[in-house]
Design a protein around this ligand. Sequence first.
Ligand SMILES: Nc1ncnc2c1ncn2[C@@H]1O[C@H](COP(=O)(O)OP(=O)(O)OP(=O)(O)O)[C@@H](O)[C@H]1O
Ligand SMILES: [Mg+2]
Length: 359
Amino acid sequence: MSLFPFGKNTAVLGVDIGTSSIKIVEVTKKGEKTVVTNYGWVELPAKDKRQSIAEEVYQPDHIKRNLEALLSTMKPSTKSAATALPGLSSLVTLIELPKMSEQEINEAIPFEAQKYIPTSLDEVALSWEIIGKRESGADEGMMSGEKTQVLMVAAPKKEVERFEKIFDGLSIDVHSIEVETISLVHALVGNDTGQFIVIDIGARATSILLVENGTIKISRNIDVGGREISSTIADNMNISWDRAESLKKSEKNILSSRETAISLPSIVMTIAEVQRVSSAGMNEKRKEDMQVILSGGTARMVGLREYIETETGIKTIIGNPWARLHYEEKIAPYVEAIGPAFSVAIGLALKGVKDMEKK
Ligand SMILES: Nc1ncnc2c1ncn2[C@@H]1O[C@H](COP(=O)(O)OP(=O)(O)OP(=O)(O)O)[C@@H](O)[C@H]1O
Ligand SMILES: [Mg+2]
């Protein structure tokens, strides 16, 4: 028997506004099961692929038109939606505070935030969540005693407004805006225990997260991604960007094939960052106990999983965000093909369902 007897409002949409495409998944709670009832995506064609990123992504009207078109083909059964800000424009950080009340934490957070944020706090939207407690050792001297671990999330108000503008006047209602990194964890780790390094490589950016027992311990975002990989291939092989993009998506292993092995600075940077993050996590765990979960559209690049596994020495898998959902057999080949590009959208939908259950 369900403790949450839903009325008609049992479905929720996860909407991921990526740089290269908008992805939407609709899930519906049916008894104990969370079922995929609709999904879709629309590519966001850049006018000039090498155009400066700032110009392109900060055009809400362009995104809005595409989102509207996608919604009108999908015809979702619900208006209720959740979306996320890019990890690159946000800050997600774990802080430790002495034992204090929620009211005191509220007051302490702006002071803590100021340590990480160079701009005025007036320009920043802040939120936080208590995620655990830690008993610190006597060797921490004055600082010993019980610590409250708080996950602090900050994003520029300008970025939140850009999102509000995209969704303003559309046929759906956004009830929650979170940060992509949080959605990734919901989709790829959930309540799984152990230590994971989640790497999401999109078109513009890469997120690298150290996740321990479902909680983000470290979050890094770098502004390199699949688009830059295509630019490197185009330059090295002296071919157009579009040809490089299709070559990258082909069955050919560009990373290890003899005639075309190309060094990809963006992947080298990503691996260096993974190494930094994994050594920071190593106080608690050994490399053998960790696992890398690869996500984002670029996770599908032939040979990349093996390359990352060899370079980092950490077991690497391609994440399957669909695994936490139920879906009809007939769509299985399609969702498996899209696979890890839907992590953020699915994480948002899963969280949306949880929020609905709380109400
Ligand atoms: N089969 C494939 N092989 C290699 N790369 C691929 C493949 N399919 C998609 N990609 C790349 O994945 C990237 C898109 O991934 P994704 O949809 O996760 O990005 P995004 O969410 O739009 O961007 P971002 O998160 O950076 O804003 C593109 O660079 C695309 O070229
Ligand atoms: Mg993305």
